[in-house]
Design a protein. Structure first.
Lengths: 483, 457
């Protein structure tokens, strides 16, 4: 039932609207609305009950393990939320003078410093509002760098075929052509393909390391040397930083620019799909081009650096200063971890992934890169199950939901058939991982007995398997009264 | 170990199952030359008690004065229910709803939200939100360029009455796609878009016209005429609107003969705290004809295998994870949690409540203008109707006046002298429904005093 369907004409949540009724005499009727907008007419209790019940139809980290590869669904400490929502922080207007935000700015400045240290970058801008916006800014910086050198012949960005979809989409938004290169059989970049792709037309390369196939790119230093030799720059997609946090720095690998998904590695909530935050780090080549605003410390005072302070900046990405509330949560988390806790994140994320990989392999599941160490994630290929039993990765994913596990990432990366990309994260206990292995084995047994049973999963959720084809064919994107 | 549940026994058992002696071995594929440890500049770990003490201290330094600034972010009352429910773990810690069956809460909320935005704007289809108002405008510009197949100029008219930060953000985001953003001036008397300046583009290939209503100055544009002009010249219309104002003002879908084609804007007024500028959310709504050009997540209603209604992400072939380099945008997330808050806010207020909020804001801004009308050296910059925000011209340096007012606990407005030097010493003011008669009186006193001091200086 929709919130609209709880409504009755004339019903209201009376405590919420301003008391006075005002006649607007100074706005001519020609500018005015003629009919009221279609919005619910409900009581406050109806609102509370409806949305509390809806919340119970969600999986979430707070209720289920979420081994969603490439998404780093770790515990979101509650203190981060409580402290970021202190009333003074919430009440500040973005155009209030900096002196009314010194406490907030101190947190953001320290966050910039910590992230620069962790990534091995010269400086950090917290401006991007999401990972994809960090990417957009990073590639725009690469372009600004080349344009500042009149290198207009550099028209190509190289992207491995296993890359996140945002990488090629971003390169195109920045006016570049995308050149895809293959992944070698061992999961690393195909060096011959890379060498062939590099040339005077190369603006840069976008890489994730550890890569999306869940392994560390071992020849990264050579890749960096080759790209720099032809005058290109290296972009680091920080989606997988959790695997190496506090142990290996992208700056040391040779990257010129990096975005971090603070909603992954720094544990800010995903919120059912945002808001995220895509902090951006730059090395010396790209430092001047970082997006604004950036927090600067001058003596004991903090202030936003803007266009006048950073004339070579690629500019602004948001109306104001980015997703400040998210950044405060990341700051609290970074302080709770500290210097000691950050490398532990990488260690236990990697321990959990390798343990889960070893257990699933021992249980007879096919690992995509069995000769390699897992990073913080790894891929199981269900190609054999699909062929022999007729169950797909999607069927396993849906049935896992019945067993109380959020599904791993399915069918990504595209180069592995029937892929499940599995990332347990460091905050899951051993017994949850064991439970996941048991669930995978039981689903396989179920498929052997009755394949249709698995193919019709899930059974225990708010809805059964949904008809996505119909959703796209008979578009129904909003409710109409009487429908 | 904060947030790590492993016991010593767990670690031994797990290493045994993997077949290595220690955790360090798991990193042996990483070249030794790349291993490093964190510098001392990353502070040592603190406990929750210690970070609480630190943050409470910092927050207490950030006590906020009374706010009379609008300029794209508005200090509205937020019902207690909104964030009590929005921060429930089931909403707060859920992922993007790729597994629809396990995400019916988030998905149904997005569908309800889309319905509400369709109701407010009078257009056909809403997406499930974008990052913020300015980036939503940038995406709308890109969408209009894709959507207007009759135009090949990639030229978008961007009046200077559009929020200056929105224009800058749009520039940053579309810069590398060979799109011409052409400024259109405003009339100095009315603060409205200058029709003569627009006529200069008559007969040219124009891809889209952006119209902010009310515009950045709070002035009401002649949207009916302007939409008809744009459509007569083959241009699409992008409406940039304030969702609270839409409770009272004509919805974009009804502007002119055939309505605006795309509406977008900042969702913050719908229950999102000011928070120094974010996180907020951008909204985008369009006519049916352009749905396949729309960026971002869209939720559709469908049925499950038993015929029961359910909700799922749809039209995903537009998106980066499917289309890769041919996607409508690189955007991945929406601002799901903010949409949850906004949906709760709109449910609690309803159309009547939103109307009252809008009317109260407007009435309070009117009272503010009346209260300062008698002050020497203050005059309204523009004649003509405005909505819930207005420009005042001062006879002393605006920056100094605002600074002095801030010193007495009043944020007196947004200084326009940087972005609009031709207005002289001018400020943009706004009084939301939260401001009382006493607040307004305090404002007038603070301004009078600040002006006196500034004139003497």
């Amino acid at each position: 039932m929709l919130i609209f369907e709880h409504g009755r004409e004339g019903r209201r949540a009376y405590a919420q609207a301003p008391r006075q009724e005002v006649e607007l005499t100074d706005i001519p009727a020609s500018y005015r609305r003629r009919t009221r907008a279609l919005l619910p007419e409900v009581s406050e209790l109806q609102v509370v009950r409806h949305y509390t019940r809806l919340s119970q139809k969600n999986f979430s980290i707070d209720t289920q393990p979420y081994p969603l590869g490439s998404c780093t669904m770790k515990y979101n400490p509650r203190a981060c939320n409580t402290l970021a929502m202190l009333p003074e922080f919430l009440a500040r207007h973005p155009y209030a003078p900096d002196r009314f935000g010194q406490g907030m700015l101190a947190c953001l400045w320290e966050l910039q410093e910590m992230l620069a240290a962790v990534t091995g970058m010269q400086g950090v801008s917290l401006a991007p509002m999401a990972g994809a916006q960090g990417e957009l800014a990073g590639v725009a910086m690469i372009r600004a760098y080349h344009e500042a050198r009149d290198a207009h012949e550099r028209t190509e960005i190289i992207v491995p075929d296993a890359a996140h979809g945002t990488n090629p989409a971003t390169a195109v938004m920045c006016g570049y052509q995308v050149r895809e290169i293959a992944t070698a059989a061992d999961g690393d970049v195909d060096m011959a393909a890379l060498k062939q792709a590099l040339g005077p037309q190369t603006a840069g390369i976008m890489l994730t390391n550890p890569s999306t196939v869940g392994v560390f790119e071992r020849r990264i230093e050579e890749i960096a040397r080759l790209v720099h030799e032809v005058g290109g720059l290296l972009y680091y997609d920080g989606a997988n930083l959790n695997a190496i946090l506090g142990k290996v720095r992208p700056g040391d690998m040779g990257f010129d620019v990096i975005h971090l998904n603070l909603h992954k590695t720094f544990s800010t909530p995903h919120g059912g799909g945002g808001p995220g935050a895509g902090a951006l780090g730059a090395g010396k080549r790209l430092y001047e081009f970082m997006p604004i605003p950036i927090v600067a410390r001058e003596g004991a005072q903090y202030r936003w650096h803007t266009e006048t302070d950073r004339p070579q900046s690629i500019g602004r990405l948001s109306t104001f200063g980015g997703n400040i509330g998210v950044l405060l949560r990341a700051y609290v988390y970074a302080r709770l971890l500290g210097r000691e806790g950050m490398p532990r994140v990488a260690e236990f994320a990697t321990l959990n992934a390798n343990y889960l990989m070893a257990r699933l392999r021992a249980a007879g599941f096919q690992i995509a890169y069995p000769q390699r160490r897992a990073s913080h994630e790894f891929i199981v290929s269900l190609k054999r199950e699909a062929k022999e039993l007729g169950v797909t990765a999607m069927d396993f994913a849906k049935r896992l939901l019945d067993y109380g596990f959020h599904a791993p990432t399915t069918y990504f990366p595209l180069l592995v058939a029937e892929a499940l990309l599995i990332e347990p994260t460091e905050t899951e206990a051993k017994e949850e991982l064991d439970g996941f292995v048991a669930a995978m084995c039981r689903i396989r047994d179920e498929a052997r007995e009755d394949v249709a049973f698995v193919k019709n999963a899930p059974y225990k959720l708010a809805v059964r398997r949904l008809d996505e084809v119909r959703a796209a064919r008979d578009l129904n994107l909003s409710w109409k009264p009487g429908a | 170990m904060p947030f790590i549940p492993h016991t010593e026994q767990d670690i031994r058992d797990m290493l045994g199952a993997i077949g290595v002696a220690e955790i360090a071995t798991l990193f042996d594929e990483i070249p030794a030359s790349l291993h490093s440890s964190l510098p001392a500049s990353v502070p040592s770990q603190v406990t929750e008690m210690e970070i609480t003490r630190l943050l409470h201290g910092r927050a207490s330094r950030d006590a906020q004065p009374m706010c009379f600034i609008g300029a794209g972010a508005y200090d509205h009352h937020i019902p207690a229910v909104v964030w009590e429910l929005t921060t429930r773990g089931e909403f707060y810690s859920a992922y993007t709803p790729y597994q629809a069956e396990a995400s019916q809460g988030t998905l149904q909320i997005a569908y309800e939200y889309q319905t509400m935005m369709v109701g407010l704007t009078g257009l056909d289809v809403s997406n499930a939100s974008l990052y913020d108002g300015a980036s939503a405008l940038a995406e709308a510009v890109l969408m209009a360029v894709r959507g207007n197949r009759k135009s090949s100029a990639r030229r978008v008219l961007m009046p200077t009455t559009v929020h200056p930060a929105y224009r800058r953000v749009t520039e940053t985001i579309v810069r590398n796609q060979a799109i011409q953003l052409e400024a259109v001036d405003y009339e100095k008397r009315s603060g409205k878009l200058n029709r003569a300046a627009l006529e200069r583009w008559s007969g040219e290939d124009v891809t889209a016209l952006v119209l902010q209503q009310p515009n950045f100055f709070g002035c009401l544009e002649e949207v009916d005429e302007l939409v008809d002009w744009a459509h007569a010249h083959g241009a699409l219309v992008i409406a940039l609107v304030n969702p609270i104002a839409l409770a009272l003002l004509a919805p974009p879908g009804e502007w002119g003969q055939s309505g605006a084609d795309i509406a977008c804007g900042e969702g913050q007024p719908l229950g999102i705290p000011l928070s120094s500028g974010g996180p907020y959310f951008g909204f985008m709504v369009c006519k049916n004809a352009y749905v396949r050009q729309m960026p971002g997540r869209i939720v559709g209603r469908t049925v499950d295998i038993e015929g029961r209604p359910g909700y799922t992400l749809t039209l995903q072939p537009r998106e980066q994870h499917i289309r890769r380099s041919k996607a409508t945008s690189n955007i991945c997330t929406n601002q799901g949690l903010m949409v949850t808050a906004a949906t709760l806010y709109m449910s609690l207020l309803g159309a009547v409540g939103l109307e009252r909020v809008a009317a109260a804001c407007h009435a309070n801004t009117r009272s503010l203008l009346d209260a300062v009308a008698g002050i020497e050296g203050v005059r309204p910059a523009f004649a003509g109707p405005c909505f819930h925000e207005a420009v005042l011209q001062l006879d002393a340096p605006a920056g100094q006046v605002l600074e002095r007012m801030a010193g007495t606990g009043v944020l007196g407005g947004y200084d326009l002298s940087q972005s609009y030097p031709e207005l002289g010493q001018a400020i943009l003011v706004c009084a939301t429904e939260k401001r009382t008669d006493e607040d307004t009186a305090a404002y007038a006193r603070a301004m009078q005093k600040a002006l006196r001091v500034a004139r003497r200086a």
